[in-house]
Design a protein around this ligand. Structure first.
Ligand SMILES: Cc1cc2nc3c(=O)[nH]c(=O)nc-3n(C[C@H](O)[C@H](O)[C@H](O)COP(=O)(O)O)c2cc1C
Length: 145
């Protein structure tokens, strides 16, 4: 999310009658792909006991889908919430709100990575677990074809 321009939801009065979210930025194409994907994984570091502002900003934008009764197409999904010492339970619960639309089977990974200056590339066990989630989703999607 950090590399894209995604403005916070402005709760435009005309949201319900608009054909596209009125914020003209990367949030729109990401939201389209998020809605149409067969499988999705959402991930966040834990900041102050919950999800990052970046992912929450995108989550709020998906209110457009909710407003237009556009369920997620995803048959399965992954949630990854990584904290320093604690808070990934709360964050993974928050990320679960992405899947209030539709009926995706959801795989969850919660973990501790230590302080922010720890090198993420050295978190080999967490990386392996994240890869396993990706593999499970791919296997499930392929077996349903
Ligand atoms: C602004 C900020 C707030 C944080 N708040 C928490 C927290 O509440 N609980 C916690 O266990 N770790 C907290 N951390 C640590 C991060 O969750 C942890 O280091 C995580 O692995 C960072 O992911 P990253 O390596 O992708 O940046 C915080 C880090 C930052 C930068």
């Amino acid at each position: 999310m950090n590399q894209y321009k995604i403005a916070p939801c402005q709760a435009h009065d005309s949201c319900a009658s608009a054909t596209e979210c009125l914020a003209k930025d990367d949030g729109n194409w990401i939201m389209d792909r998020f809605q149409q994907a067969d499988g999705v994984i959402v991930a966040s570091p834990v900041y102050f006991g919950t999800i990052s502002a970046q992912i929450k900003t995108f989550m709020d934008r998906t209110f457009f889908l909710f407003h237009h009764q556009k369920d997620l197409n995803a048959k399965c999904a992954g949630i990854i919430a990584i904290d320093g010492r604690g808070g990934s339970d709360e964050a993974s619960r928050e990320l679960g709100k992405f899947f209030r639309l539709g009926s995706s089977k959801v795989f969850i990974l919660k973990g501790h990575a230590g302080p922010p200056d720890n090198d993420p590339k050295k978190q080999t066990e967490l990386i392996k677990k994240a890869e396993t989630i990706g593999q499970k989703i791919a296997d499930m999607l392929l077996s349903n074809r």
